[in-house]
Design a protein around this ligand. Structure first.
Ligand SMILES: NC(=O)c1ccc[n+]([C@@H]2O[C@H](COP(=O)([O-])OP(=O)(O)OC[C@H]3O[C@@H](n4cnc5c(N)ncnc54)[C@H](O)[C@@H]3O)[C@@H](O)[C@H]2O)c1
Ligand SMILES: O=C(O)C(=O)C[C@]1(C(=O)O)C=C[C@@H](O)C=C1
Length: 368
């Protein structure tokens, strides 16, 4: 029996991660890839993310059972038009990974005449990083993976697509494209605008206060991490989800007006309540699943302020073969205990790290 073939268009963070997850779950499948950036394409091949690189979309689609569009969303629309002009296997499934769905699904109606199946998709996890070198097979583990089939989509095709994507270990849910764009607008797209706007505010004020960015500590860095994401990707998302985002901006302006009044009145109970209500909601978000708010499985460890302490902690964990995905020093003032924030891939790794650091007399605690 000949191997089945998957064709991935756009070999960046998401296309690369999906390709790796498919290769893991379906090792006999041949994964072909195409990217307009030659360096990404070649890197994808040398990292083993794809089996074969092709020079064109027309070449890649030949005999493909599954075609995955993993490009910025306005490019995905254009590529659907290109696919309309290609010879496709009639049983082929085409899907995308774009952060918006309405415009893409609408454009994909043009594929109907070709008797292929298009099912819109959006894995709800990612990173501010771009490029195939950041791709990971486990990027979507426990994340929600939204599919937006239409009422006419054959159920078997939805099951087949979920089976292709099984290696992502994501949880599939179905939404309409409209509902998807409204919800993703609230918990993903709009926060990216706020993060970028906070950075702009600091950048503008810094012109008069050059010390400012040196003072930018944990809080500012945490809330603006996502401002380091791809401007191409976010430009496209804002263009696609314009109506939702304009409505959210109006609501946000009303919210800021409320905050302005709270501060102006200096009513201590009301200000306390504002933060307390937000804290309760934020602390109650599910932490054991990945989603629009990723869980990092963080462990905080008190460490004395002396040289060699970080290598001691990392050495203990290395000997136990516990991998750290991130490490950050949160306090480094002279004469006081510092705090290390260690991030792990899973809660099991974090709990093992806590136990073995305790054996070495380090005090650790799990953040809320
Ligand atoms: N980054 C995230 O957190 C995240 C999460 C879920 C979904 N998405 C969606 O996934 C898609 C890809 O994002 P990413 O984070 O992988 O970005 P990325 O920049 O890492 O990768 C995109 C790739 O597409 C390629 N590309 C652009 N135009 C192309 C074209 N016409 N033909 C072939 N290749 C082309 C680029 O060269 C690049 O390598 C976007 O639609 C984004 O909205 C992103
Ligand atoms: O973790 C991040 O850096 C992300 O921004 C990932 C994130 C999000 O949560 O908003 C970004 C866009 C996607 O469409 C899905 C996930």
């Amino acid at each position: 029996m000949s191997s089945r073939k998957v064709f991935v268009i756009g070999l960046g963070l998401i296309g690369g991660s999906i390709a790796l997850a498919i290769k893991k779950e379906h090792p006999n499948t041949l994964v072909h890839g195409f990217d307009i950036k030659d360096d990404q394409l070649k890197m994808a091949k040398s990292l083993g993310v794809i089996d074969e690189l092709v020079d064109s979309i027309q070449e890649g689609v030949v005999n493909a059972d599954l075609i995955i569009l993993a490009t910025p969303v306005t490019k995905t629309e254009e590529l659907i038009e290109v696919l309309v002009g290609c010879e496709l296997k009639p049983s082929a499934i085409i899907t995308d990974v774009g952060s918006t769905k309405e415009k893409i699904v609408k454009k994909a109606i043009s594929l109907e005449a070709k008797k292929v199946t298009f099912i819109g998709g959006h894995p709800m996890a990612g990173s501010h990083k771009t490029g195939v070198d950041a791709a990971k097979a486990h990027l979507f583990e426990n994340a929600f993976y939204i599919l937006t089939p239409s009422a006419n989509t054959n159920m078997n095709k939805i099951i087949q697509l979920q089976n292709w994507l099984k290696g992502t270990k994501a949880k599939f849910i179905e939404l309409s494209p409209k509902q998807h764009d409204e919800l993703a607008g609230i918990i993903s797209h709009f926060p990216h605008i706020i993060a970028a706007s906070l950075v702009h505010q600091v950048a503008k004020i810094e012109k008069e206060e050059p010390l400012l960015s040196n003072l930018a500590a944990g809080g500012f860095r945490d809330i603006t991490r996502i401002a380091s994401a791809s401007p191409i990707m976010w430009r496209d998302i804002l263009i696609h989800n314009k109506e939702t985002l304009l409505k959210l901006l109006t609501r946000w302006q009303e919210e800021m007006e409320l905050v302005k009044q709270l501060i102006d009145k200096a009513e201590d109970q009301e200000i306390y309540d504002y933060f307390q209500t937000a804290k309760i909601f934020r602390d109650g978000l599910p932490t054991k699943q990945k989603g629009a708010i990723p869980s990092f499985y963080d462990l905080y460890v008190d460490v004395p302020d002396h040289p060699g302490v970080i290598s001691d902690v990392t050495g203990i964990l290395a000997r136990e073969e516990i991998s750290i995905t991130n490490i950050r020093i949160l306090e480094t003032r002279e004469d006081i205990m510092g705090v290390l924030r260690l991030s792990f891939r899973s809660d099991q790794d974090r709990d093992r790290a806590l136990a073995c650091l305790k054996d070495h007399l380090y005090e650790g605690y799990i953040g809320s």
